[in-house]
Ligand binder design. Sequence first.
Ligand code: GLU
Length: 463
Amino acid sequence: MKKIRTRYAPSPTGYLHIGGARTALFCYLFAKHYKGDFVFRLEDTDIERNVVGGEASQLNNLAWLGIIPDESPLNPNPKYGKYRQSEKLDVYKKLAYELIDKKLAYKAYDTVDELNKQRAEQEAKGIASFRYDRNWLMLSEEEIQKRNLNNEFSIRLSLPKNTIYEWNDLVRGKISVNSDDIGDFVIIKSDGYPTYNFAVVVDDHQMEITNVLRGEEHITNTPKQLAIYKAFDWEPPVFGHLTIITNMEGKKLSKRDNSLKQFIEDYKNEGYSPKGIFNFLALLGWTSVDAKELMTQEELIEKFDPSRLSKSPSKFDIVKMEWFSKQYIKNLDNDVLISKLNSPKSKEWNEIFVDTYKSHCATIKQLNEFLKIYLNIKKNLNISYQKNDVLKTFGTFLKNKEFTIDNIQLAINETKQKLNIKGKELFMPIRIALTYEEHGPELAKAIYLFGQDIIYERLSKWS
Ligand code: GLU
């Protein structure tokens, strides 16, 4: 059997988006499940839209998620040529001219005005997608010669009439499109650059890609790509088009929607767990046969089954993402977390702090927020509170003992017994008066972290 090879081929037009990351992740899981290769390459021919650092950002963010390509522009396999389209323009051109020689493609000399006119005519007739009407055939030889002098032509693929392009989509099953509904399309633009459809086919073929997984917005491109494969007599890969990711209202995620964090860079900066995000993304349009949710990368690779890719849109639920991140953060070693803490406190203190708070945090940022409770000690209690017996009793028990977590817990238990109260009635007065917070982690630890001086001072003030 052929070695499975998948690829993720972003345009370096911006940072790694959640949608791109999910595509890359499924391609990665697919390749690794079948012991194949995952390739990263760049579609950078839209020079005006490229952003400086776009490639590095994509690669770095993927690496942060734990998605390391087997091949990339930084780690190419020379056998497969260049991994940036901008570096292989001559390759595309040469291949396009081969098609011209075989009369499977032709130079088209239409001006922008002529094309606009065609477009307007078709729109008036209610034709939804533009089909080139072979205007070039109508031009006189003299006119063609004239335009040829200016070198102003694009190269179009000559499509056979009434031919069906069909594929068995990994996600959606059989899809077929008639060539008459496509029309001859451009493969090399008048500026000499290949179009996306042409370059992607050449790349996929030359890199021996076996399986293409990508967003559903590319479904309309696939028949065009199949036409190119046919023209070259190359074997096409297996295609699968992932469904869209929506927001909680069911609308397609828009990169312009600032109310949602959508870039991997944002999660990285806030200190989400990359393993948590990896796990979360894997379930954005895929489910394991046993419906298990928490899975390591290794487990996901082992279990990945493309036939379980979802046919309906996936909802991007930030609350769920935070839950995943939390599950991984709480299992991190204390030392790892301490190294990410901006804390001037002692090692022993940091240990207890991290141990107390780590199961409450989806991000390192949140952990550092909690730390502020102990670094910027609140002077005033801003929560309504009335002096009461609970705190007084607790204070009496506590002050008889050495200030340790166990003894704080003991004093809480003694208070409980003595006053015969429990739950909120017991904890709230103590928590509010001593931590100045209504919510928090395990009470004895939260109290201990303030240190004896502050706690004694608050005890005398509020009991
Ligand atoms: N650059 C294209 C994109 O980011 C790649 C499409 C494909 O995978 O064929 O959507």
